[in-house]
Design a binder for this molecule. Structure first.
Ligand SMILES: Cc1cc2nc3c(=O)[nH]c(=O)nc-3n(C[C@H](O)[C@H](O)[C@H](O)COP(=O)(O)OP(=O)(O)OC[C@H]3O[C@@H](n4cnc5c(N)ncnc54)[C@H](O)[C@@H]3O)c2cc1C
Length: 404
């Protein structure tokens, strides 16, 4: 077994690490300062646009998309270590490289299931980083971890569909650059097969009846960098029938297909967050003295750092194995591993970030270090893209089935 990265990955890693040092980390403070001066905190600071231009110039663009015609043409195994590096600065780096959720998943949906017109109208500007997008599935009124519960109605009316429903925690929607929603709803609410009742439809933000109502908070944060997580109401929203993605009843299958790559990207970025936490822990531990010795000399601190290193090494191997399986046997063949990393990574990284917060004392919960915000972001990934318990249930069922 060869654990080395191939030549292309190494070359891109080198370029990306340099871009992070020279542009991304220095821009973290600038972005905050610029945002404070914007008329709305949801707008994109200029420094983010500058980062995008620089990343593109350096050939660090659309690395997530495996199709070489549209993206960089990397395998999951090649992309994973690059996503990890971007996770070290999750507010800026994924957007800078046009590799941020939920755009990546939406671009994959359009690439895989969109027709030529939909690709031209929406995929091309997304790939060019000219617009942003959102994916609207979760609803406040129903347990949305079970997608068959979704109640939003997508009703055919001549050569249009009419969309009615209320969604929340719709990432990215507060950013005015978010021009298009992929909305999941029911075209056939009474259909016999509960997994064929749903469809996905493209709803431009400027369609009458679309109301981006408010920003939902995440542990008190508004998450400006990811365009917030909005409550969005669709009331009598009429869009052309040609906006349907794929066929009527195909929404559930598209939702499943969308999540495989998205999960591994999240997990790799989480490992990058954990690496940043370890770095911050070590720097703090050697620079701070309590009760006559540096914090780094305390056994308990050494245990935290050692445990964090062991955990990160384990997680990375599992995520890379999953990426390799996705490349070799496909997402379906890697089902157990995709669920395993989705369960294991956020949980373990939350734990590491929690220790890092503890080591930083009061500073750890505040805004002078990125730890509290990273903790909140990591913690939400135990819910977003499906709560842990749903993945545990399905993984356990597959294991048990072997013995029935
Ligand atoms: C920061 C953030 C960003 C998000 N972004 C988006 C987005 O862009 N678009 C979007 O559509 N949604 C988004 N979501 C919503 C997310 O996908 C949902 O919260 C998630 O799918 C769970 O749905 P729910 O909140 O309705 O919880 P529910 O379905 O009500 O579940 C609540 C809890 O019940 C338990 N539970 C559920 N099913 C089972 C089971 N089978 N076995 C055991 N326990 C179970 C779990 O503990 C679960 O957490 C986001 C959420 C967050 C926090």
């Amino acid at each position: 077994m060869d654990f080395a990265f191939d030549a292309r990955t190494e070359e891109l890693r080198g370029r990306l690490l340099a871009f992070m040092d020279e542009h991304v980390y220095p821009a973290e403070r600038t972005a905050d300062e610029q945002r404070a001066l914007l008329p709305s905190p949801w707008r994109t600071p200029q420094v983010v646009e500058d980062l995008k231009a620089e990343a593109r110039r350096r050939g660090l663009w659309n690395l997530f998309l495996p199709d070489a015609e549209y993206g960089a043409g990397l395998t999951n195994l090649q992309y994973a270590p690059l996503a990890e590096i971007t996770g070290r600065s999750p507010q800026l780096a994924p957007t800078a490289l046009n590799c941020a959720a939920p755009d990546t998943g939406n671009m994959e949906v359009l690439h895989q299931f969109g027709d030529d017109e939909q690709k031209k109208r929406w995929l091309e500007p997304l790939l060019a980083g000219e617009i942003r997008s959102a994916f609207a599935m979760t609803e406040p009124e129903v347990a949305s971890s079970d997608a068959t519960n979704v109640e939003t109605r997508i009703a055919r009316d001549g050569d249009h569909y009419v969309v009615d429903g209320r969604k929340w925690y719709i990432s990215g929607a507060m950013n005015p650059d978010c021009a298009i929603f992929i909305v999941m709803g029911k075209t056939d609410p009474d259909g016999a097969d509960i997994r064929r009742q749903q469809s996905m439809i493209l709803v431009p933000r400027d369609t009458p009846g679309v109301d981006v109502r408010r920003a939902m908070r995440v542990y008190g944060y508004e998450d400006h960098y990811h365009g917030g997580h909005a409550e969005v109401v669709f009331e009598n929203v009429r869009v052309p029938a040609a906006n349907l993605i794929g066929e009527e009843g195909g929404g559930f299958a598209i939702a499943q297909a969308r999540l495989g790559p998205g999960r591994i990207h999240h997990c790799m970025r989480l490992i990058g967050m954990a690496e940043r936490a370890i770095e911050l822990m070590c720097r703090r531990a050697v620079s701070r003295t309590a009760f006559g010795k540096p914090l780094a000399a305390q056994g308990v601190v050494q245990n935290w750092i050692a445990d964090a290193r062991v955990t990160v090494e384990q997680l990375r191997l599992l995520v890379l194995k999953t990426a390799w399986l996705m490349d070799t046997v496909g997402n379906r063949g890697a089902h157990t591993e995709i669920q395993a990393i989705k369960i294991a990574t956020p949980r373990a990284v939350v734990d590491i970030l929690d220790r890092a917060v503890q080591l930083h004392g009061a500073g750890g919960v505040g805004q002078d270090f990125p730890l509290a915000e990273l903790w909140a972001a990591a913690r939400t990934l135990q819910l977003a893209d499906g709560p842990d318990e749903v993945h545990q249930r399905s993984l356990a069922r597959r294991e048990i089935k072997k013995y029935l």
